[in-house]
Each structure stands twice: as C-alpha cells, then as structure tokens.
Design a protein around this ligand. Structure first.
Ligand code: C5P
Length: 235
C-alpha cells in the first residue's frame, strides 16, 4: 500500500452500528485491511463494545468512540480521563462550553482527539425554540464551533452541508468529521442531507463516517475499497 492510499483509507471511518460484539467482529473480519478506522457508538458500547475498542487498537486499527459525553464538569473530566486510558483516537462530546472545557482537562495531551457535536443534525430551529434557545441552528452551530476552537477542542462533527461554511469559520487546523455521506447511486436511508465521498472531501472534510453503504453491502470489502478510491481521487 502506498502512503497516499493509506492516508485516503485513514479518512474513512466505518460505523459499527450492530447489535452485538459478535456481529461487529464478523464485520471487521470481512472488511480486513480495507478499513483502518472504526466508530463504536452508543448501541455497541452498551452491548459490551468498549472491550472491542482495545482489541481493535491491538491489531493496529484506529478507534472513534462516539459516546457524546455531557454531564457536570467534574464527571466529564473524569470520564474523559478514563477513556483516554483506553488508548482510543477520537471521542465525541456535546458542544457546551462547560463540557468542552472539562473534557479538554481530562483528555490531557496524549493521543485522544476531542470532537464536539455543535447541534444535533436531527434538530431544526423549532426544536431549539422548544428547548428554550434564542438562536437558530446555523447561528448556534457557528457559535459553538468558535467556542470549541477557543477551548482547544480538536474537531467538530458536522453534516456535509455545514462543511464549507464551518471550515471557513474555524480555519484549517480543526478536524472536520462528517456522517451523511453516500456514494453516488446508494440509498440515502434516513439521511436527509447527503453528499458523495468525493464532494465531502472537496468541501473540507478530514474524515467521513459511513455505515450502511458499507456494512449492509453484499460485498462490504468491495464497497469500502470503492469509497477509499473515491476519497483518494478527490484529495
Ligand atoms: O449508516 P450511516 O452511513 O447513515 O451511518 C452514519 C453514522 O453516523 C451512524 O453511526 C450515525 O449514528 C452517525 N451520525 C449521523 N448523523 C449525525 C451524527 C452521527 O448519521 N448527525
């Protein structure tokens, strides 16, 4: 594998959205060396998947724990410290200043990169109003993106459509990670605002989180390889 192929492969993060560690292991073994970076979310984490994080690290994979931490500062700081000891690469937190500051303190300066969720992409302006917020989604996402950068958070989770404006706002140093990516011709499933892998890379994404187009493909390995090739072509 050339280093540019390895770089493109590292930009693809496959979401292990399955119900058991056994199902995740089966998928990981099918994907083999076509995938170098995995995301473990709440479903798999609560099904014993945190142990899988360590196993993946031992075989040289990178691991993104999508746990979306949010609690009082002291708890977030201590939880982040524990997670940093697992040796994983990325961790999500909610983009509230108290939470981001606490996670930054807990993460120390090892290899753990913190990614803030600015506003959940399932929320619209009406949801925010209902929750008592004065700002709409775009304004609140921009405010939190700036706060995340000021607090030393390493990156942001964004929908593909937010990539270009937020990249312009935060500059080149923050990691931008986007779900909602669909290869041309693939089913959107429940994703509403999608881009192809090539478009998302060109819009400024560092990493793409892709689940069903790979995990539910007849040949997951071939699907992953096609996406890596598209990323390499767009980079
Ligand atoms: O299967 P699919 O490619 O839609 O999976 C995308 C992954 O990204 C899922 O794990 C989903 O939970 C996650 N995600 C998302 N939209 C967000 C945040 C996370 O699709 N706004």
């Amino acid at each position: 594998m050339t280093s540019s192929e390895a770089k493109a492969r590292d930009r693809l993060i496959v979401a292990l959205d399955v119900e058991s560690v056994e199902a995740a292991r089966a998928l990981i073994s099918k994907l083999g060396d076509s995938v170098s970076f995995y995301k473990i979310g709440l479903e798999l984490a609560y099904a014993g998947g945190l142990g899988l994080a360590g196993e993946l690290k031992q075989v040289g994979k990178r691991v993104f724990l999508d746990l979306k931490l949010h609690d009082i500062g002291a708890t977030v700081e201590r939880a982040t410290l524990q997670i940093s000891r697992l040796g994983v690469d990325f961790l999500t937190i909610h983009g509230f200043t108290q939470t981001m500051r606490a996670a930054r303190a807990g993460a120390g300066d090892g290899g753990l990169r913190l990614l803030a969720v600015t506003v959940m992409t399932s929320y619209d302006d009406a949801d925010l109003r209902e929750a008592g917020y004065a700002l709409g989604v775009a304004e609140l996402a921009a405010l939190r993106a700036r706060q995340a950068r000021e607090l030393g958070v390493d990156g942001l989770i964004l929908s593909p459509l937010e990539l270009a404006p937020i990249r312009a706002l935060v500059g080149s140093k923050m990691l931008l990670v986007t779900p909602g990516v669909r290869p041309a011709g693939a089913e959107a499933n429940d994703q509403k605002r999608v881009m192809t892998p090539g478009q998302a890379i060109q819009a400024g994404a560092d990493h793409l989180v892709i689940g069903r187009p790979i995990t539910r493909a007849a040949d997951p390995r071939a699907a992953a390889e096609r996406i890596v090739a598209e990323i390499a072509g767009a980079a």
